[in-house]
Design a binder for this molecule. Structure first.
Ligand SMILES: CC(C)(COP(=O)(O)OP(=O)(O)OC[C@H]1O[C@@H](n2cnc3c(N)ncnc32)[C@H](O)[C@@H]1OP(=O)(O)O)[C@@H](O)C(=O)NCCC(=O)NCCSC(=O)Cc1ccccc1
Length: 140
């Protein structure tokens, strides 16, 4: 098994074991991971849409926070657990229902804190629809 496959498996296991049931129901799929970050696919169905078939901001924020945590779980080999301490999200253009992609870039990963940038796009489009910056504190 490649190192990346083992990281993807660790992310999937953590998603299945650690998150609230409604977060698991987002069906977030890790598809790529490296030291620099990770890429995720999410099938955004009508259950995530507000009026007009637009994916609601509440779901996009939850996706951003979750993929940030999963990326740190994937790239850290030390079993450290983190908690979100700050998050800023911008909704720059609507996300239509359908497959969406979240790209995580790790901006910092220190002894006590980590910072991640998350960009959410419609699959197949280069345009960022929503962007978030999340700060995480390592516990213990
Ligand atoms: C409209 C604005 C807020 C400001 O735009 P500006 O900065 O002045 O710039 P600009 O006008 O250039 O437009 C930029 C891009 O946006 C596109 N576009 C614009 N208008 C429309 C339109 N009517 N329909 C479709 N697309 C539209 C436009 O084509 C362009 O895209 P392009 O470059 O051609 O690819 C924009 O940033 C936006 O839609 N953000 C996403 C907000 C969002 O989805 N929030 C989350 C859901 S809300 C929620 O969950 C809470 C809630 C729940 C229930 C009930 C109530 C609340």
């Amino acid at each position: 098994m490649s190192a990346d496959q083992s990281r993807l498996d660790a992310m999937k296991t953590f998603l299945a074991e650690a998150f609230a049931p409604w977060v698991k129901a987002l069906n977030i799929e890790p598809v790529d991971v490296s030291e620099a970050g990770a890429v995720f696919r999410i099938p955004a169905g009508d259950n995530l849409a507000r009026t007009g078939g637009i994916v609601c901001g509440q779901a996009l924020s939850a996706i951003a926070d979750t993929v940030g945590v999963l990326t740190l779980i994937g790239i850290n080999d030390d079993g450290r657990i983190m908690t979100t301490v700050d998050m800023t999200t911008h909704f720059m253009r609507p996300v239509s229902t359908g497959d969406i992609e979240a790209t995580v870039t790790i901006l910092s990963n220190g002894r006590r804190m980590a910072t991640a940038r998350i960009d959410i796009r419609q699959v197949g489009s280069p345009k960022v629809c929503a962007g978030a910056t999340c700060a995480y504190a390592y516990m213990g």
